[in-house]
Write a protein that binds this ligand. Structure first.
Ligand code: 2HG
Ligand code: ZN
Length: 456
């Protein structure tokens, strides 16, 4: 097989040596790792198809990887797979400014996509902290969310078409990007969020949004999560330009400041902080200030309209992941609950976690408008299963989801049943078995491997 793969992509792009494979075999949180039989780096859809055909003929399972920024182990090997890295699929086609769409290769980074869209006077609606490494293929495969879901929706809402290689090497392509197209099963949206288990996405057609150059950011201090929700309601009503509403807490801010050596944003600490961002064609600062002044929930606030000041305020939020990783290997849980249940979840989390791991240190932050919290638990690596179980059961009891935006990956397969019914899971299994009967694509990701007759 390795000889065949070399013939397809060239010797330099089949990595067999352990030290060359290593960066692909571990996710950057260091939580998930497994050996790949080799890493193969195709440079085109045809090469991906040939790689898949060769692997399928050899009965070799594959794991698909983009920028390796995923947080649930969906892009790292379980053990022994051929790792198909898509980072060489970097073709970005010219922006179609009539349709306001663009076609991008799976390996294009989010940052490059932003630059490309902005150079054409448009923008791309999804943004997230891992923008410099996260790739378009992975963002679509995991239906990534990020900080602008409030305004533009998740990745799914941006995808108007895609091209993918099926498990037998067939290429399926639908890249016209029609705004209305009611001609049967929506394969694009079936593959979006399928986490590499149904096909390998090689190109995507994406919707673009107007470029809004005038921005204002507020960092707001509040007494509790109820107050954060009250502020959100006021901001949603009063600010049509609202683009982001993010939340973090005093312990997260402390960790971020220690890690990055940042000064305190206010003269005294507060329990809860919310970052609001408004984006428009004309300066939204006055409207933002008026909204803050009208909200009883606001205890203190600081607002920035210039790029440096905005980045300074965002840094308090966006450095969380990095600061947490620098402090240890966290148990990372990405969950959401109905907004009304958010204060109760935040209140119950610490005791739920310390009941199974007394020394654990939970740090919670996330995307306020979707009730999406990133529950990061430090000092609980040894009891990660127990902590995960306790937190996800608490979330389910609040009628929430065990994965809000990161996906199921390998991390949450055992808990999928807390969010999806047995009938839903059985239906997903039937779809998986019909598209990938030998169970060769990302085995062990999203659905347990080997639970049906056809899978390994
Ligand atoms: C974010 O919102 C990402 O910054 C990462 O989804 C979350 O590190 C995390 O838990
Ligand atoms: Zn997030």
């Amino acid at each position: 097989l390795i000889k065949q793969l070399r013939a397809i992509v060239g010797d330099a792009h089949v990595l067999v040596d352990a030290d060359l494979r290593a960066p692909y075999e571990t996710d950057w949180t260091r939580r998930f790792h497994g050996p790949a039989s080799c890493v193969v780096r195709p440079a085109s859809t045809d090469e991906v198809a040939a790689v898949v055909r060769a692997c399928a003929a050899a009965g070799a399972p594959m794991v698909v990887q983009g920028g390796n920024t995923g947080l649930v182990g969906g892009g790292v090997p379980g053990g022994g797979e051929v790792l198909v890295s898509l980072t060489r699929l970097t073709r970005l086609e010219p922006v179609d400014d009539v349709a306001a769409q663009v076609t991008a290769g799976a390996g294009v980074t989010l940052e490059k996509l932003h630059q490309h869209a902005r150079a054409a006077g448009l923008d791309f609606g999804v943004d997230l902290a891992a923008r410099s490494a996260a790739t378009v293929g992975g963002l679509v495969a995991t239906n990534a969310g990020g900080i602008r879901v409030l305004r533009y929706g998740s990745m799914r809402a941006q995808v108007t078409g895609l091209e993918a290689v099926l498990a037998d090497g067939t290429i399926v392509s639908r890249l016209t990007g029609l705004a209305k197209d009611n001609t049967g099963y929506d394969l694009t949206h079936l593959l979006t969020g399928s986490e590499g288990t149904l096909a390998i996405i090689t190109r995507v057609r994406l919707r673009l949004v107007p470029l809004l150059p005038a921005r204002a950011v507020a960092l707001v201090a509040l007494a509790d999560t109820d107050a954060a929700l009250a502020l959100l309601a006021t901001a949603r009503d009063g600010l049509p330009t609202l683009s982001a509403a993010e939340v973090f807490y005093a312990d997260g801010l402390r960790l971020v400041r220690e890690h990055a050596g940042l000064p305190a944003p206010f003269s005294e600490p507060y329990p809860v902080y919310v970052v609001l961002e408004c984006a428009a064609r004309t300066d939204p600062t006055d409207a933002l200030l008026e909204t803050l002044a009208a909200s009883d929930a606001v205890v203190d606030a600081t607002v920035a309209s210039d790029a440096t000041g905005r980045t300074r305020l965002w840094t308090f939020r966006e450095t969380h992941t990095e600061a947490i990783s620098a402090a240890g290997v966290p148990v990372k849980l990405d969950v959401c609950v109905p907004l009304r249940a958010l204060p109760s979840l935040v209140r119950d989390l610490p005791a739920t976690i310390t009941a199974v791991s007394p020394a654990a240190r939970p740090i919670v932050f996330g995307h306020l408008a979707e009730g999406n919290l990133h529950v990061n638990v430090l000092g609980a690596e040894d009891v990660s299963t127990e902590v995960t179980d306790a937190v996800l059961r608490l979330v389910a009891a609040h009628h929430g989801s065990v994965s809000s935006e990161h996906g199921i990956g390998r991390a949450k397969v055992a808990w999928l049943g807390l969010s999806r019914s047995p009938v839903e899971i059985a239906t997903m299994r039937r779809i998986k078995d019909s598209l990938d009967p030998a169970g060769l694509l990302n085995p062990g990701v999203l659905l347990p491997s080997g639970s049906s007759g056809a899978a390994r």
